[in-house]
Design a protein around this ligand. Sequence first.
Ligand SMILES: [Fe+2]
Length: 218
Amino acid sequence: MTKLFREGKSWLIISQIENTSDLEHMLTTVDPFDYSEFTSAKGINSQQNYILPPSWLPRPEHQVPPTWPTVCDRYTMIVQKLLVDNCLMPFNWHRLYAKSAWTVQGQAGSYHTIHEHGPNSISTILYTAVPPRPQDNSDYTGSVYFVMDGSSYNDTAVPATRVMHINPHPGMLIVFPSFILHGVYPQSSGLRQTVNIDYHGNPDFEYGLGTAGSTSYN
Ligand SMILES: [Fe+2]
């Protein structure tokens, strides 16, 4: 089942992937270098490993998992279909391409500080493992949260942010614009593991050079 949540210019698509065995197999071959010292993945038992490292973290000896191209193709098509079906594919993007990908493993006490993934891209989180939590989870143990900005485009309007909490489960896929602030509350015992892919788009045209959607002013 897929759900779309919108607050002004903020949105989340939450969907479910039925079979993640290809991801789980790929995760056994991920480069073991831990980047959590440099990222939002915090807590004594937190680890972040890049699958496809971003250009700002060059590390010549990095090994991309051999099945990454196949896995990436499958998930890119899934995410692209979700965007198109929900009319959220950026208007000048012809197709998605992965610009970076990583996996996070968290155990007791691990969490993510609040952060965003920058402008002009689409971010995704896919859960391959989720620790147990209380049935009602009123203390938000291990919950991921998003600061949705439903503010009016009127510069003088009162800000209208709202925090959305999500209790993940294995196979859950969350798609969102990279500018949304988000984080994860500390988890209890057990393993939380995610695969995260950030996408850029191949534009149909360059701003100011093409004709589609162009404007002029004299
Ligand atoms: Fe994030």
